[in-house]
Design a binder for this molecule. Structure first.
Ligand code: B12
Length: 339
């Protein structure tokens, strides 16, 4: 059995949903990064603009690398962990970074290491263009929503990488199967796609609810709707979901959460206890409460007014201001229905 086949067998036994192999070279399309940055589509993610030459060429990051092993686990979920408000599927359970790191470590230890190679694991935070590399490894293609779409798992694969100095036969890149479909672009609540295959992060609800550091710009607050953390609108409508199954990774199973008004009363200690080990932990309390206040403004009722009133006295000015906005918006929306 050749090394590529052996590697894929081990990957499957570890519960990885997809695996592919690419040469360690600049992926096609990587040159779009500079243009994207020059249009400021990265918003305040200044770390994206740092050393773009490293990000576009994996050899700048790891000069020894000859091969990139790409793996994905599905984050697709069919149940919501909250009664009100939406959390993106990938963040409903435990942190996928740790899960992928662990699986990739075991994959490398039982293949690359016995074959005499060295390796480096990258999940999300390394300066690599993960989607174009995954496309080069044959895991799928970058769709009009810019995500990697896989024929079996749709746009739900979370990606992880092993860079190694071994030469392993690589897979063929996938071709684009979006056709004339524009569902992902049409459904976007903020029209964040200036053109197919390009995302302006500054308008994307995933950016505004997760990465954006300060107050959410007022024009976007009503458009946030009930999105508490991230946004799956452009994933949910993809026709390539037709074969997508619920994720089989138990650690990604949605963790039931308290109601929004209750969470609004949580202090730092309670926030940490609740969210440690999940992607929401990285958001920190102030941004989480900022998002809750905005969502309550959009979907809350008279019953939520006392908790918003209390949050308007919070020690954090970001929370205070969003709580006032949420309260005023409920009053505006419900008008004479309030007694
Ligand atoms: C920055 C970032 C974000 C930003 C920007 C997203 C983006 N589309 O770039 C924000 C915060 C908005 C974000 C949101 C989300 N993210 Co994110 N994010 C990243 C990160 C760290 C870097 C992505 C990047 O390099 N962007 C820069 C731009 C240039 O890249 P790009 O869109 O791929 O650019 C291509 C196209 O735009 C095109 N292009 C550009 N200009 C032009 C011009 C023309 C004419 C044409 C034709 C094409 C074209 O070519 C480029 C190269 O192929 C990656 C991890 C990593 N290290 O790669 C995760 C990653 C992309 N995110 C991921 C996820 C899951 C999400 C969310 C689904 C989370 C959620 N549910 O809320 C959303 C999805 C929003 C969306 N539709 O993209 C996954 C995606 C997995 C997958 N199957 O694709 C990744 C890979 C993390 C991971 N390890 O799994 N994310």
């Amino acid at each position: 059995m050749n090394r590529a086949t052996q590697l894929k067998e081990v990957a499957q036994s570890l519960g990885l949903d997809a695996v592919g192999i690419a040469p360690a070279e600049t992926p096609p399309g990587a040159d779009h990064l500079r243009n994207w940055l020059s249009l400021s589509y990265h918003g305040e993610m200044n770390w994206m603009a740092r050393r773009p030459e490293i990000r576009s060429n994996p050899l700048h990051y790891d000069p020894q690398a000859k091969t990139i092993i790409v793996a994905g686990i599905s984050s697709h979920q069919t149940k919501s962990p909250t009664r009100r408000g939406k959390i993106a599927a990938y963040a409903q359970g435990l942190d996928y970074h740790e899960i992928l790191r662990e699986k990739l470590g075991r994959l490398a230890e039982s293949t690359v290491v016995p074959w005499g190679g060295s390796f480096r694991i990258c999940v999300d935070s390394s300066p690599l263009m993960e989607k174009p590399i995954a496309a080069m490894a044959g895991l799928g293609w970058q769709g009009k929503n810019t995500l990697l779409i896989n024929t079996q798992h749709g746009p739900w694969l979370m990606l992880g990488f092993i860079l190694t100095d071994l030469v392993i036969p690589h897979d063929k890149p996938s071709s684009d199967h979006c056709g004339t479909c524009t569902r992902c672009m049409d459904v976007c609540p903020t029209q964040a796609f200036p053109q197919p295959y390009v995302l302006d992060s500054r308008r994307c609800l995933a950016y505004l609810t997760i990465e954006h550091p300060g107050p959410i710009p007022e024009e976007f607050r009503p458009l946030l709707g009930d999105h508490l953390f991230g946004c799956d609108e452009c994933l949910d409508v993809c026709p390539w979901n037709r074969h997508a199954q619920q994720s089989r990774e138990l650690r990604l199973t949605p963790i039931p959460r308290a109601d929004l008004s209750e969470m609004l009363g949580w202090d730092e200690i309670r926030f940490r206890r609740e969210f440690r080990g999940t992607p929401i932990f990285r958001l920190k309390r102030a941004r989480w409460l900022r998002n809750i206040c905005t969502v309550l403004g959009n979907i809350g009722t008279q019953d939520d007014l006392p908790s918003l009133e209390k949050a308007s006295q919070d020690q954090d000015p970001l929370v205070q201001e969003h709580a006032r906005w949420g309260k005023n918006r409920i009053i505006q929306r419900l008008g004479s229905e309030i007694n």
